[in-house]
Design a protein around this ligand. Structure first.
Ligand SMILES: Nc1ncnc2c1ncn2[C@@H]1O[C@H](COP(=O)(O)OP(=O)(O)OP(=O)(O)O)[C@@H](O)[C@H]1O
Ligand SMILES: [Mg+2]
Length: 234
C-alpha cells in the first residue's frame, strides 16, 4: 500500500530524514519506533504532506505522491492523527467527530460515529460535553475517532499513548488492533516501543534519520540489540 523509498527531508540545512526506506502492506499494523529526535514525527508529516521532502519518493498504491498536496493525500485515504491530540476544545465530542467526516457526503456517517462510540464508550457518555473538558486519554481517543470518521485507508498515528496511564495505553492499543479487523492499515509511531511492537505485524527502528532495524514485531522484540538500545530490557 505504502512504499517509502530513500526519503530525505530537512529543516533548513539540517537533514533529519537521511534516506528512509520502508513499506506498509495492506491490512498491516506497522510500528515505527526510535529514540527522541530520530525523525519519527517528521516522517509521518512527510507522508501526510505537511513536511516537504528533499529526496526520494513516496508511493501509495503504486502512485507517486511525494510531491502531492496534503489535501489530495487525504482524498486518497491517508489520514494522520497528530501527536499531542489537537481536538477542538470549544466543540462537543460529537461535533469533533462530525468534523472528521466533513469531506463525506454518504449516509453512513452516523453509523460510523456509533462505531467510534462502541470502540470508546466513554466518548458516547460524554458526547454532548466540550472536548476541552476531557482528560488527556479521552482527548486522545477522540483524536483517533475523528481520524476514523474520514474512513481512512491508511491511518498514521503519532504517539497515541503519550501521557496515558497503563490501563488507557492498553485500551488504545486494543482499539488499534480492532482497526486491523476493519481493514484499516496503520502506521503507528510509539515511544512505548515494546507495547507497539507487541501488537504490530512488523516494525522499523529509526535511528537519527535512518532505518537501523526492521522485521516482524516479535523478532524485533526478541533482538538483543534492539532490546538493549530501545526497549529498556535486557
Ligand atoms: N520545526 C522544526 N524545526 C527545526 N528542527 C526540527 C523541527 N521539528 C523537529 N526538528 C528536529 O528534527 C529532528 C527530528 O525530530 P522529530 O520530531 O521528527 O523526531 P521524533 O522521532 O518524532 O522525536 P520524539 O520521539 O521526541 O517525538 C530533531 O532533531 C528535532 O529537533
Ligand atoms: Mg515525535
Amino acid at each position: 500500500m505504502l512504499e517509502v523509498d530513500n526519503l530525505r527531508s530537512a529543516y533548513g540545512r539540517i537533514e533529519v530524514l537521511k534516506g528512509v526506506s520502508l513499506e506498509v502492506r495492506t491490512g498491516e499494523v506497522v510500528a515505527l519506533v526510535g529514540a527522541n529526535g530520530a525523525g519519527k514525527t517528521t516522517l509521518l508529516r512527510a507522508l501526510s504532506g505537511v513536511q516537504p521532502i528533499t529526496g526520494g519518493d513516496i508511493r501509495f498504491k503504486g502512485k507517486s505522491i511525494g510531491r502531492m498536496a496534503s489535501h489530495q493525500r487525504v482524498e486518497l485515504g491517508i489520514t494522520q492523527s497528530p501527536e499531542g491530540r489537537q481536538v477542538f476544545g470549544p466543540l462537543t465530542v460529537e461535533d469533533n467527530l462530525r468534523l472528521g467526516a466533513f469531506r463525506r457526503r454518504d449516509k453512513e456517517i452516523d453509523q460510523d460515529r456509533d462505531r467510534v462510540f462502541a470502540m470508546f464508550p466513554i466518548l458516547a457518555e460524554k458526547r454532548h460535553l466540550l472536548a476541552g473538558g476531557l482528560s488527556g486519554g479521552q482527548q486522545q481517543m477522540l483524536a483517533i475517532g475523528r481520524a476514523l470518521m474520514g474512513r481512512p485507508k491508511l491511518l498514521l498515528l503519532d504517539e497515541p499513548s503519550l501521557g496515558l496511564s497503563p490501563l488507557l495505553v492498553d485500551q488504545i492499543l486494543d482499539a488499534i488492533v480492532s482497526l486491523r479487523k476493519d481493514g484499516i492499515t496503520v502506521l503507528l509511531v510509539e515511544q512505548n516501543a515494546s507495547a507497539a511492537l507487541a501488537i504490530a505485524d512488523r516494525g522499523y527502528v529509526l535511528e537519527t534519520g535512518k532505518v537501523a532495524y526492521s522485521g516482524a514485531g516479535s523478532a524485533l522484540l526478541a533482538d538483543p540489540q534492539v532490546k538493549a538500545a530501545y526497549l529498556g530490557l535486557d
